[in-house]
Design a protein around this ligand. Sequence first.
Ligand code: ADP
Length: 802
Amino acid sequence: MTNILLVDDRPENLLALEAILEPLEQNLLYAHSGEEALRQLLQHDVAIILLDVQMPVLDGFETAMLIKQRERTKHIPIIFVTAISKDDEHVFRGYSAGAVDYVFKPFSPEVLRSKVAVFIELHEKTEQLRRQAEQLKEQELAELRRESEERYRFLAEAQPDQIWTAMPNGELDYVNQRALDYFDSAFSELVASGWTDVTHPEDLVRTVQLWQEALDTGNSYENELRLRRAADESYRWHLTRAVPMRDRRGEIVKWFGSNTDIEDRKSAEEAQRFLVDAGATLGGSLDYRTTLAALAKMAVPRIADWARVDIVEEGRLRTLAVEHVDQRKVELALELSRRYPEDPEAAQGPPLVLRTGESELISEISEERLSELAVDDLHLGLVRELGFQSYMGVPLVARGRTLGVISFVVAESGRRYGPADLALAEELARRASTAIENAQLYREAEERAQAARVLETVADGVFLVDSDGIVRLWNSAAEAITRLARGEVVGRPAEQVLPGWQDLAARVAVVGTPGPASATTFPLDLEGDERWLSISGVGFDEGTVYAFRDLTEERALEQIRQDLVSTVSHELRTPLAAIYGSALTLARNDLELEEAMHSKLLEVIVEESARLADIVNDLLLASQLDAGRLEPHVEPCDPHAIAAAVLDAARTHLPEGTRVSLDSADEGVPRVAADEGQLRQVLTNLIDNAVKYSPAGGDVYVRVAAAGEYVRFAVADEGLGIPAGEQNRIFEKFYRLDPDMTGGIGGTGLGLYISRELVRRVHGRIWVEPNRGRGSIFNVEIPAASEPPKGQKHRTRAKASA
Ligand code: ADP
């Protein structure tokens, strides 16, 4: 039915219009004012308006104008109905206000009815047309929608991801084939369960919560969850996203969702994280057992349900560490490896990995396979209890040698190892091996550094000559003993740096292993200084290590001991022989000795005994000096008086043709700071020698003179003299000139040694120089005593000379 709006301020007019229009059987709406008419138009669709012109407040024209101003009502035909405004001006106003007709009262009901009927028909036609057009549009739209849906689905089917759509309430209304294949279920089943059957139980609560939240708020949905793959019953990580599609009014009409398999990405990330963690653990210890045990601990449960590390010990695999997700099963696993040690020849498992040095992957261990491998029922039972579903074994290779095997096993978690897992396990083993290798290298380096430090501190010279004869090592002691710096020696051929090396190397005993080696002693000539070295060698792969020590001092001591024995025995034997001979002669009663002979023999005994006593005294004195037991008692002494007294004593037993004299009476000579007795001994030795080594006689004189801070005693003779090269050596202990040079004159070689030591102790010096013409001059310089007051000096001097 069509609405006809009748507008008149008078109810009787409305009634009249109603009566006229009733037969049209349309719906009549009434308005008693312009305002009410406008209100009615807001509420209803109206086909035609019959509008009274004269009305209070809003008249017909004004009402018509307002109707025409509104978009929704401007097309509604308006027929003005009026009794008074018949003039043209009004009619014109009516038309210009948008009227389609102007009907004057009194009017013919038929005419009005038919006019209205025409407009109603027109309206209905227009409506019909509009509806048809709308229907057409609807159909086209539906067609378009269908097409776009098809296109969308086509796209969805071509996607590598699982694609789905859901209704605003969240119920699935489409799932692509890929998803159906993945879950191996029909669309209806999936709709019925709404993912819950295929989502990992641990992810379910979170997933439901997040999805409900999205449905409630209309915000897009995103979640990571594990979905079960029908093919192998494994759960794989997926990233699920859904966005709502809204209509023009903003209402959600559909959810578009996708599930992307991120298992590989996730496990790659996890693997990376695992390796990073492993790196930290592996670097944590230098003990490879600790390292490997830590590794097994890390692997469970991240990459295995149980892990075992076996290492090679004495040629066999021994279990070093076992870890199991289920702590109670660790003992079971240990029991297994204790009871059933791996058969080294086994065709699978750790022995195979050890033999080949290559990893092994068994993705699926079937029940039959297990029974095949089991040694007996107990074995099978243990293995079943532990659960073996998937296995991989990787070798631990350090420096090209397989140290052991790490085994990873999947038991209850239901995972299956694949190439990616194997790659991870291999990488892990590689890192573990590197850690072990590093630890070993570190230990070796540390040991080497320690050895080097030890070598630097030992007193023995140590050097290494490689197989090419190049010196590779030269320790500090070697430097100190030979005075050859490391820089001059290392890297150069031994032959070039060590004089006579080739000869020596041939003589040095080289043994194969460290231990007692017989050492060879040889002299090394170092720029005029001869050092005696004892050297031994130990050979090894890279060359020979030589150790040597400086025996120069020991050798000198040894020489001294030998000299002592020969000198003393010789020197003692001569007077002893004389005493013995004289005594024997005196004791004979078959011989009638003259008185003179008798006293001569007695004199020999006395003299030779005195000589023996002298020798023994010298020996004692020398040994006291060596032991540092002879402390001088230093005091100011008169040099002149001492020299004179010694000369007086010498004169008592001068040989024929020898004269001694004191060549100085210099009053200005200061006193000396000396031990008087010892100084006397020194001068006595020098004067005795001067007389003794002047076999042809001659003048021996002693000169006492001031020499700066010192007082010099010079003892000059005209005797045999001393060759320039021997002038130092004669002061050494037991040193004597060649007997050919001294014409067999006897002595112990101790006199000058004792003299030098005594002079040194009072900070003096002694040396020899050739005398002009022939003979020698022995000089002794003793520090002058600091001058005391004059009077005292005279008194002391007077006392000394008394
Ligand atoms: P000894 O005289 O008992 O052999 P010394 O130590 O006194 O021992 O002297 C060492 C050596 O020095 C002597 O053996 C001798 O060869 C030499 N000598 C010492 N004094 C003289 C000298 N005045 N003239 C020549 N040679 C001397």
